[in-house]
Design a protein around this ligand. Structure first.
Ligand SMILES: *Cc1c(COP(=O)(O)O)cnc(C)c1O
Length: 391
């Protein structure tokens, strides 16, 4: 018999992940492992803990709502969910919101909206981008334009076709009489932190208008202030017909949502779609506290300022270390492309007290909590400098 979490994990948890550290506590931008070692967390739960670990306002909202009404099913109104929907609609498209529990489910809702909308004239095909990431359910894994995630799961979900990201001609060529929608990330996250170009984003809108297609964005990773705007697409002056969100929406509490314009707001009627846990009072209270905190603490401004500072520092390091090939991203969603594999560097930075995520072959992804301040940025740059000096 053992109570060692690593051994229990090895014996009883299906090995879909290969975790390293055991984390036991978090506060702001810092997490602690089971030996008491502190880390500056530039993973933030993969762009989830935008308000920082255990933000007092988010913790208080969860504690209070958990003790009042945790769950009541969507067969009844609750006091919190409609307020969250209003807030999200007012911040973005002015339409309506469907609540679920994850990013994949939020994208699934968009797919069902697209298919339902297209069913009137027999259209169902959705164009997604190569190198994208949209989730791990059968449909979202199919939508994900990376074959490595699809190996062994044939037959894939019908109705998805792929185009090259940031290549408008490729998207245009993928349009057929069956096309109903285009789905795209404003900044490809999993794919290596690659922002869409302004011409591509406005071009997508034009293509959708010309061909009567829906334009959907996947804001699961780049939403909730991460890029220095509430949502990534808002950098581009393009209005989508709908978009998905999840990750940071609940600040660590699971919640996902899809929102659409007023034109599409009533496409789902009672019985057309559902989720047992979608928008429970508890999840909605967490999300409202996250949105309040982002606003009250001006975290979007901070994401812009700290992101610029980090990028400046990285650019200086790039002059010193030719191993840094490019630095890209928006706000506090930053990728450092290296000339060498990123995994070993990720491990050495971890030993140095800095957590970041290797993505793709050779990109280090930095997505710290948006509450990060200047001393932490200096700490990141110092850790990188030390590790790169001996890489
Ligand atoms: C993480 C992610 C998803 C999937 O979200 P889950 O909550 O893991 O289902 C979808 N799209 C993007 C862009 C993501 O980063």
């Amino acid at each position: 018999m053992t109570s060692d979490p690593k051994l229990l994990h090895k014996q009883y948890v299906m090995p879909t992940y290969a975790p390293g550290l055991t984390l036991v506590r978090g506060e702001g931008v810092t997490v602690w492992d089971d030996t008491g070692k502190a880390y500056l967390d530039c993973t933030a739960g993969i762009a989830v803990c935008n308000t920082g670990h255990c933000h007092p306002a988010v913790v208080a909202a969860i504690q209070s709502q958990a003790a009042t009404l945790m769950h009541c099913s969507n067969l009844f109104h609750n006091l919190v969910q409609p307020r969250l929907a209003q807030r999200l609609a007012e911040l973005t498209l002015g339409g309506k919101v469907f609540f679920c529990n994850s990013g994949a489910e939020a994208n699934e809702a968009l797919f069902k909206i697209a298919r339902k909308w297209g069913s009137a004239d027999g259209r169902y095909e959705i164009i997604t981008m190569k190198n994208s990431f949209h989730g791990r359910t059968l449909a979202t894994m199919t939508a994900t334009g990376q074959t490595k995630y699809q190996q062994g799961y044939a037959p894939l979900m019908p109705g998805f076709v792929y185009a090259d990201f940031n290549q408008l001609d490729s998207v245009r060529a993928a349009i057929t009489p069956a096309t109903v929608a285009i789905l795209c990330e404003a900044v490809q996250g999993e794919g290596g932190v690659i922002p869409a170009t302004p011409d591509f984003m406005t071009g997508l809108r034009d293509l959708c208008d010309q061909h009567d297609l829906l334009l959907f964005f996947d804001e699961v990773q780049c939403g909730i202030g991460r890029t220095g705007a509430w949502f990534g697409y808002q950098h581009y002056n393009v209005r989508p017909d709908g978009f998905s969100m999840a990750k940071a929406l609940g600040g660590g509490f699971p919640i996902g949502a899809a929102t659409v314009t007023p034109e599409l707001a009533d496409i789902f009627q009672p019985g057309n779609h559902a989720s047992t846990f979608g928008g429970t009072p508890l999840a909605a209270a967490a999300a409202l506290a996250v949105l309040d905190t982002v606003e009250n603490e001006r975290l979007i401004d901070n994401a812009n300022q700290m992101g610029a500072l980090l990028k400046d520092g990285l650019a200086t390091l790039a002059q010193k270390y030719p191993l840094i090939r490019t630095i890209r991203g928006l706000g506090l969603m930053i990728g450092v492309e290296l000339t060498v594999p990123a995994k070993p560097l990720e491990a050495r930075l971890r030993d140095n007290g800095l957590l970041c995520i290797a993505t793709g072959e050779n990109v280090l992804r930095f997505v710290p909590p948006l509450v990060i301040r200047e001393p932490h940025i200096r700490q990141i740059l110092k850790a990188l400098d030390q590790v790169l000096a001996t890489a």
